[in-house]
Write a protein that binds this ligand. Structure first.
Ligand code: ADP
Length: 621
């Protein structure tokens, strides 16, 4: 996965968390507000129900106070004349009914027997045992409360009736509370229903009440409860008046289920009604309209979707731009690194930003500059080394140096060399050049070799590579090996003489290669053959060659001290010597191997310690 994809996925993941989280929080908050508002509304309608009861209780009590003062009523009541009392009281009751909605008017005797119902003249003589009455009798004061009758809830106020401080009975006024619902609906606009527990009602009475009112008998709508009165929208109220809802209200919950219909969204609310004895007898239910909340939620949903869409689009654009701003420079860096790997060290990365990538590019550029500097100084050194190697392994094997017995010793004496030079006849300009080499270049070179001796191997490889890439040009040609070997032998004339050694050269097949390099190969092999002759016997060096399968194999053979078997594999390694301190410093054979291998040839040795060695060089014909 590339960086751009990673950034994109990361960013999308963040969005996948942020957007739903934001959305969830808002929905949660919105629902919170809605619930709060609904609960405020429930409290409101509960308290306005309470206020209505309180207000009407006061009205009923005030009316009773007035009635108690009426001497006509008292006189008729005390004279025990039911008909006279009815006649006298009936217009008053009518008036109270029309004006104040008072529906019940009782005269009760001190023992609790009903003397007269102004609202139902024919029913009397029964015992009143409603809680309100019992309380008034017990406290000898005014008592009030809601009572569930056989078919309806009524608010009742009972007051003791005195004549000259002597109790003559009780007066009771009552009103049905159904009209509260209308008042509350007018105030809030919501629909209301009053529910009663069925087991406290009378089935037959209910049937006839409904019949008289011209209403459907709804007794069987619910199992345990009955809607005793309700405002106009019956269908809406039906959604809240099921048993499950009522049960929850009875448990004390105020907010019930939500539902939707064509006129909007609602949440059912309600509260229980206790009668004057504090017993649970029913409930008031109301579907609260929460349409404006659902609408605003819908609106919010739409907006959130548009908003999320815009955020996603902006983010996508952002990701593309942002990731491009990271990956583009990185790609540039990568390109530059590839170019550099191919050897193009002038490569620079063009990134100027001040961030980490800019710093990386700067570091890359300065690294490229340093690398180039290092490499060019390395090239320079390589050239020097090439020169040194050439001088030490070729030029210094010239008759001049060899006359003096100088090979390529490190730490040789300059004075010896200069003294040697004196005795040799040379044209002036050649002499000057050699003096320059001896006095300047060689000491410097030796110093350099000293210090860089460890790096020599790689430098040699670099050198050979450089010469292959045209920095030191090779001239591959067909070589007359008879002539080349005779030239080499010529340069060692004096050593042969000095060592009293002989050479034996066969007719050699020709090969192709760079004359200077091949010359160096044979010079090194010849030099070694002479160097490692056994002083105990006359030395003989044989040079032979043969052709085989497109290859030419040459052999330089000596009868010298030979090479111990365990060293034979390693003598071609740079600096490897059989006896450190003797001979040279272990460079010659490694140069031989590098030259031969570069020309796709091979070099190997066969040797017997104490008997002599054969160095084979195979080259392409
Ligand atoms: P050096 O400068 O020490 O001669 P070379 O790389 O030419 O370095 O040779 C490595 C070692 O191999 C020598 O030190 C020597 O011990 C051994 N060697 C090379 N040629 C011969 C030979 N013809 N006979 C015996 N030993 C040899």
């Amino acid at each position: 996965m590339n960086i751009r994809a990673k950034i994109s996925i990361g960013y999308l993941l963040i969005l996948c968390i942020v957007i739903p989280a934001f959305y969830g929080m808002t929905v949660y908050e919105h629902n919170n507000i809605r619930d709060k508002e609904v609960s405020i509304q429930v409290k409101d309608f509960k308290s306005s129900f309470g206020v209505l009861i309180e207000r009407d209780t006061k009205t009923l009590a005030a009316a009773l106070e007035v009635i108690i003062q009426d001497p006509g009523i008292k006189e008729k009541f005390m004279s025990n004349d039911r008909d006279a009392l009815y006649r006298y009281g009936e217009p008053l009751f009518k008036n109270l009914k029309e004006r104040y909605g008072i529906t019940h008017f009782y005269f009760i005797l001190p023992d609790g027997i009903c003397f007269l119902r102004l609202h139902n003249k024919d029913l009397y003589g029964d015992m009143i045992n409603r809680h309100t009455f019992l309380k008034a009798r017990e406290t000898q004061g005014i008592a009030s409360g809601i009572e569930l009758g056989k078919t309806a809830f009524a608010l009742r106020v009972v007051m003791p009736y005195y004549n000259d401080k002597k109790l003559i009975g009780y007066l009771e006024l009552g009103e049905e509370i159904d009209h509260f619902l209308g008042i509350m609906k007018e105030e809030t606009g919501d629909e209301y229903a009053i529910i009663a527990d069925k087991d406290k009602l009378d089935r037959e009475d209910w049937k006839s009440v409904r019949k008289v009112a011209g209403l459907r008998d709804n007794w069987d709508d619910n199992e345990k409860h009955l809607v005793v009165s309700q405002t106009t929208d019956v269908r809406l109220l039906a959604k809240c008046s099921d048993e499950a809802a009522i049960e929850r209200v009875e448990k004390g919950e105020n907010e019930l289920h939500k539902f939707n219909n064509e006129s909007g969204s609602y949440i059912c609310t309600g509260f229980g009604i206790n009668d004057a004895a504090g017993e649970h007898v029913g409930a008031v239910l109301s579907p609260v309209n929460i349409t404006h909340f659902t609408n605003s939620m819908r609106k919010f949903n739409n907006n959130a979707m548009i908003f999320s869409g815009i955020i996603l689009l902006i983010s996508a654009a952002g990701i593309i731009i942002f990731s491009a701003s990271i990956t583009k420079p990185l790609l540039k860096l990568e390109d530059a690194a590839i170019l550099m790997e191919k050897g193009n060290l002038e490569t620079k990365v063009d990134i100027r930003s001040n961030d980490e990538i800019g710093m990386l590019a700067k570091a890359f550029n300065s690294m490229a500059v340093k690398l180039e500097e290092t490499l060019s100084s390395l090239r320079k050194k390589n050239k020097e080394v090439e020169k040194i190697v050439y001088i030490t392994s070729h030029d210094l094997r010239s008759p001049l140096i060899n006359v003096e017995g100088y090979h390529k010793e490190i730490g040789y004496s300059l004075k010896e060399l200069q003294a040697a030079l004196k005795d040799v006849e040379l044209p002036q300009d050649v002499r000057e050049k050699i003096v320059f080499i001896i006095e300047k270049e060689i000491p410097e070179s030796v110093k350099y070799i000293d210090s860089s001796i460890v790096k020599m191997d790689s430098l040699l490889s670099g050198l050979l590579r450089l010469s292959r890439s045209g920095q030191a040009e090779l001239h591959i040609e067909k070589l007359d090996m008879n002539r080349l070997v005779s030239d080499v032998l010529d340069t060692f004339k004096f050593q042969f003489k000095e060592k009293g050694a002989a050479h034996d050269v066969e007719k050699l097949p020709s090969c192709s290669g760079d004359e200077r390099q091949i010359n160096q190969v044979f010079s090194n092999l010849m030099g070694n053959a002479l160097k490692y002759l056994d002083p105990a016997r006359p030395g003989v060096i044989k040079i032979s060659g043969y052709k085989k399968d497109g290859e030419v194999v040459y052999c330089v053979e000596d009868n010298g001290i030979g090479i111990p078997a365990e060293h034979q594999d390693r003598i071609f390694e740079i600096f490897h010597r059989v006896q450190p301190g003797k001979g040279g410093e272990g460079l010659g054979l490694s140069i031989v191997r590098k030259i031969v291998e570069r020309d796709n040839g091979k070099v190997w040795v066969e040797s017997v310690e104490g008997k002599g060695s054969r160095f084979y060089v195979s080259l392409p014909a």
